[in-house]
Structures are given as C-alpha cells and as structure tokens.
Design a protein around this ligand. Structure first.
Ligand code: NAD
Length: 270
C-alpha cells in the first residue's frame, strides 16, 4: 500500500435478514474469484435461497464444491447462448421454487484476440459473440425470469466504465457494456409495471478469470488504485454487498440505475 492509499474499513459480517425467504438465481459463478460468487455469499448470508448455474461440465465441479457452503441450493447448467437451456433452467426453477425474487447476471465473454490491439480490428464474428453473450443474454434471462417474479423482483447485472469511456484493450467489450447498460434502462422501463427493478453495478477492476483475459489488466489495477478518490481498488465482497442492497427492499425506489462500486474512480477528470 502506498502512503496515499487509505485502509479499507472492515465489512460488517452481519447481513441481517434482509432477504429471508427470497429466492435468487445467480448466473456467472466460474470459481471462487468470480464476482458472482461474492454476490452469492452476500445474498446467502442475508437469508436468500440460491439457484446457481454453471456454463459447462468443467465448471460444474467447482460450482458444486463452492455450493456446499450454501443452504439447499439448486444447481443447474446454463449456457446463455442456448435458448433451450435458458428455458429449461427457468422451468426447473418454477418446478422447485414456484417463484423467483431476484436474478443476478454476471456474465461476459469476448474472444481473447478482441481484447488487445486496435479496436478497429474487431471482427464481425467477434462483435457478434461479445454482444450476444455479454448483452443480449440479460434480455433473454430477464424475459424468462419475469413470469416467475409474481411479487415483483430485482434484476442486477455487472458492467464496467469501459462501456462509457475508452479503456485500452477493453475494445469490443466496451461496446457490449454500452449495449448492456442501455438494455438495463429499457428493461427497467418495460418491467417496472410488474414491480421488477433492473439495475447495474459498474465495478472497478477486480482480478478474476474474465479480467485476466484483458491485455494490460495489471496496469489498469495500478492506475485505478493510484487515481481513485479512495486510493485503492475495490474487492468482490464490496460488489457483493451492493448487490445485496439492490436485491433488498432498501433499494425499492431504485431502478434503471448504473451504480458505481469503483472507489470513486469514475468521477476523476485528471
Ligand atoms: P468470471 O470469469 O468469474 O465470470 C464470468 C462468467 O461468465 C463465468 O462464470 C463464465 O462461465 C460466464 N460465461 C461466459 N460465457 C457464458 C455463456 N455463454 N453462458 C453462461 N455463462 C457464461 O469473471 P468476473 O470478473 O466475475 O465477471 C462477472 C461480470 O463482472 C462480467 O459481466 C464482467 O464483465 C463484470 N465486471 C468485471 C470486472 C472485473 O474487473 N473483474 C469489472 C467490472 C465488471
């Protein structure tokens, strides 16, 4: 820690019973470093019953292992590029849980070669894949989840400042995040009459599997910690607790919002 950095206050271990009896589906746990896993822990500590999905068999074992710490989780496969898998997931949730109160979308993907070099080199197929997995999937999941949210609900996705400003090497993922953030607003407009709220957390850089795919990520971490008002980077637990707020009645008046959890980096001009 440099002399400028401020020590992070300790998080409170007490998450109360804010989500007691609530059922929340979390898409995007790949391993213990996943932001989705930190979110799962925050939601679970607050009393939520959790559905976890995994993309493929390779990930299944890790997810099942992590899920041992949860209270009666439901664990299902789901590749969000496959409409039939999305349909199956939500019909199983309906069968097991009846209703759903929350949905966490913490999914993004772009081919490695699109996350380095010139943005103008983005291929048609690379663009299609990044936008499909990272942005369209929110619309597909929200559409499938909404009928189960009979008592209203909260949908939360994860975005990054690269969707608003040019961040080196973020490239097509920035375009995908811009589409994702705009989808948050349109979905919030669409689903508000059902008392379903839709928000995004714009997280600062955190070392995860997905983040390691971005060329120069270590420099990004250092730059953010040096410049952010709090003079540090955030951790996944801080994002998890913000997701807890967005899934809880504490945020009942908030929808269509992009909430920054980035130690304040996004406000800095110079
Ligand atoms: P991660 O690699 O742990 O999570 C990404 C997840 O996306 C993985 O679980 C992966 O299996 C899933 N995924 C990819 N393609 C999929 C598909 N076709 N079907 C289903 N799942 C698929 O990394 P993370 O950093 O925790 O990423 C979670 C979210 O947070 C992403 O949207 C990411 O853009 C966002 N985010 C991350 C950071 C960061 O610095 N780590 C900052 C801001 C936002």
């Amino acid at each position: 820690m440099t002399s400028l950095q401020i020590e992070k206050p300790l998080a409170s271990a007490d998450h109360g019973h804010l989500l007691k009896g609530k059922k929340i589906a979390v898409f995007g746990v790949a391993n213990k470093w996943s932001i989705a896993w930190a979110i799962t822990q925050s939601l679970s500590k607050a009393g939520a019953q959790i559905v976890l999905t995994y993309i493929d068999e390779r990930t299944e074992e890790k997810v099942r292992d992590l899920a041992k710490t949860l209270h009666h989780p439901l664990i299902l496969p789901c590749d969000v590029t496959q409409d039939d898998q999305i349909e199956t997931v939500f019909s199983k949730i309906k069968h097991e849980f009846g209703t759903l109160d929350g949905l966490i979308h913490a999914i993004a993907f772009a081919r490695k070669e699109e996350l380095e070099g010139h943005f103008s080199s983005t291929t048609r197929e690379g663009f299609r894949i990044a936008l499909d997995v990272s942005a369209y999937s929110l619309i597909a999941l929200a559409r499938a989840a909404a009928p189960l949210m009979e008592n209203g609900g909260s949908i939360v996705t994860l975005t990054y400042l690269g969707g608003k400003r040019v961040i080196p090497n973020y490239n097509v993922m920035g375009v995908a995040k811009a589409a994702l953030e705009c989808s948050v607003k349109y979905l919030a407009g669409d689903l508000g009459e059902k008392n379903i709220r839709v928000n995004a957390i714009s997280a600062g850089p955190i070392t995860t599997l997905a983040a390691r795919g971005i060329s120069g990520f270590q420099q990004l971490l250092k730059h953010n910690a040096d410049r952010a008002p709090l003079r540090r980077n955030v951790d996944a637990e801080e994002v998890g607790d913000t997701a807890l707020y967005l899934c809880s009645p504490l945020s009942r008046g908030v929808t269509g919002e992009i909430l920054y959890v980035d130690a304040g980096y996004h406000i800095v001009g110079m």
